[in-house]
Design a protein around this ligand. Structure first.
Ligand SMILES: [Fe+2]
Length: 208
């Protein structure tokens, strides 16, 4: 496996086994969603000269690995971070935290923060505000918005779906704007629409 961040990442076989383990511990649609985030990240990366598709695949597959501890809402980001750090996968740990915050603002998350201690909340808040995102952070943030457990769909459809399920807050528009900026960023790198490399977007979006 070609992997430019090997020391910070599981191999593809390890990623598959971690996901399988996660499914056994905490079955749910998050597993198929994660597989599809990985696939989308790999397909987009293959069209960009400076992003490693294998790295993108592994990071996408494991970005939600915090759900192995149960259906824990937004707390999965911290569980995932701690799990990956304990294994020495620093790059993955980072993705577990950054994937939900594309505009560096913790308030743009619709999750329920009641389950965080003050220290935990401050840690995530500080991390999100100060870290500069690299292409892998941005790529997984983008793919998280277009991958359903059943496949890939139009970003706008998933945005509305999330708001219908979790409600709206005043910071969501910033998050949406950041998503479209990220989409444009990768499309300029690819020289093509992201949808041109994602199979069955039309079928999934329109439920054909
Ligand atoms: Fe996700």
């Amino acid at each position: 496996m070609k992997n430019d961040l090997k020391q910070e990442l599981p191999t593809l076989d390890e990623a598959k086994s971690l996901l399988k383990d996660g499914q056994r511990l905490s079955p749910g649609p998050w597993v198929d969603h994660s597989i599809n985030v990985g696939k989308a990240a790999m397909l987009i990366a293959e069209k960009c000269k400076d992003i490693n598709p294998d790295t993108a695949l592994v990071l996408g597959m494991l970005h939600d690995i915090g759900y192995r501890y149960g259906h824990v809402d937004i707390k999965h980001i911290l569980y995932g971070y701690n799990f990956a750090m304990e294994k020495g996968y620093d790059k993955l740990a980072r993705i577990c935290l950054t994937h939900s915050f594309n505009c560096h603002d913790i308030r743009a998350s619709l999750g329920n923060w009641d389950c965080f201690s003050r220290e935990e909340y401050d840690f995530v808040d500080g991390y999100i505000k100060t870290e500069e995102y690299d292409d892998y952070d941005k790529l997984i943030q983008l793919c998280d918005t277009l991958a359903l457990p059943s496949g890939f769909c139009l970003i706008e459809k998933r945005m509305v779906d999330v708001v219908l399920r979790h409600g709206m807050n005043e910071h969501i528009i910033d998050k949406w704007k950041a998503t479209f900026e990220t989409k444009k960023y990768f499309e300029e790198k690819m020289g093509a629409s992201i949808y041109s490399v994602l199979p069955k977007v039309i079928e999934n979006t329109f439920e054909l």
